[in-house]
Design a binder for this molecule. Structure first.
Ligand code: SAM
Length: 325
């Protein structure tokens, strides 16, 4: 069975019971702050609640792109449009989608990572987009929390005392990159502004939108430290969503300001419990026009800190325990 066939059929059984991240293939080369791997089971559920497979799925704040990648591998939409403003992330997606996935994979496999080699590589001005893409992955995998925004420190102790190597899985990342190339014909990438692309698809009834903006509504600072581009007009985003002809699913932190905005625009909201990599339980908010497809309960987990990217280790027990709200 080929890689692209492995996850062709969604596992409905996983959706019927408490889910955890082990049922979700990790597909992104990034370790992305605010990444939505944990949301994949709910995303699948949303896709299957729609009357037909969408012709286009637009992800205007793509980041590490796990939702778009899942849709492409699992045939959840005919075409997927990923949008991202950050030039570092854009360089990676553009490199993969313009026939240079193998180059990037090979570069990862042949790089000998030490604190010194990482420093030297990251100080070099990139000579090409693909060089920049490699540097971005290196930075993402060696910075605290995968943070690419300026000011993020480099991993010193990392996991299990493995220091800078603790998130460096060159074979796994290289494989993810070459796998993505297998479905690249279903994916378009736009290095640009989410708002422009949303406006472009506004009238399209065949397009649906997964919208995961930086969480900075109400002056929240968390989102502003994580991304180079974190300032967005949240009111304007809600107002664009109101005008979209196609369905949308938006995610935010569960803050009062966000609840108030959603209410003002007549959108439904549903909190979902998730446990982050630091095992802190948080409430995130799903926002949409009709969220009747969301099942209550269940605790969704981000990848645990002990996650070894080459295997699907069992998750902490409490992630697999049904938690009624
Ligand atoms: C919460 S993150 C998305 C995470 C993504 N869902 C994932 O699973 O990796 C928000 C992303 O929006 C990007 N961003 C911020 N402003 C943007 C804009 N105006 N247009 C496009 N992307 C933007 C940030 O660079 C960041 O990558």
């Amino acid at each position: 069975m080929s890689v692209s066939q492995t996850f062709l059929l969604p596992d409905f059984a996983e959706c019927e019971k408490p889910v955890n991240v082990s049922s979700v293939p990790q597909r992104s080369p990034f370790r992305y702050p605010g990444g939505k791997t944990w949301l994949v089971p709910l995303f699948r559920r949303w896709m299957f609640s729609l009357q037909r497979t969408p012709k286009i799925l637009v992800e205007p704040f793509a980041g590490g792109g796990i939702i778009s990648l899942t849709a492409a591998f699992e045939l959840l939409a005919d075409k997927i449009v990923m949008v991202e403003l950050d030039k570092q992330i854009a360089a990676v997606w553009e490199t993969i989608f313009t026939g240079e996935a193998n180059w990037l994979a090979k570069r990862l496999l042949t790089f000998e990572l030490t604190p010194e080699s990482a420093k030297a590589e990251l100080e070099k001005p990139p000579r090409s987009r693909r060089d920049f893409a490699f540097q971005t992955i290196l930075r993402n995998r060696t910075a605290h929390g995968g943070i690419l925004a300026e000011g993020a420190g480099v991993l010193k102790h990392g996991e299990n005392g493995k220091g800078i190597l603790s998130r460096w899985y060159p074979q796994t990342i290289a494989k993810r990159i070459t796998n993505i190339e297998l479905v690249a014909n279903r994916l378009d990438f736009i290095h640009g502004d989410a708002f422009d692309v949303l406006a472009r698809f506004q009238e399209d009834r065949d397009a649906v939108f997964f919208i995961d903006p930086p969480y900075t509504a109400g002056g929240k600072r968390a989102g502003s430290r994580l991304y180079t581009h974190s300032v967005i007009d949240h009111e304007k985003l809600f107002s664009i969503c109101e005008k979209l002809k196609g369905d949308f699913l938006m995610t935010y932190d569960n803050a009062e300001e966000v609840q108030a905005l959603a209410e003002r625009y007549g959108f439904q909201t549903k909190p979902v419990a998730m446990k982050n990599t630091h095992h802190a339980e948080m409430n995130e908010l799903l926002i949409g026009r009709d969220l009747s497809w969301v099942e209550d309960g269940g605790l969704f987990c981000e990848e645990p800190t002990s996650y070894n990217a080459t295997s699907s280790k069992p998750q902490p027990k409490d992630c697999a325990t049904k938690k009624q709200k």
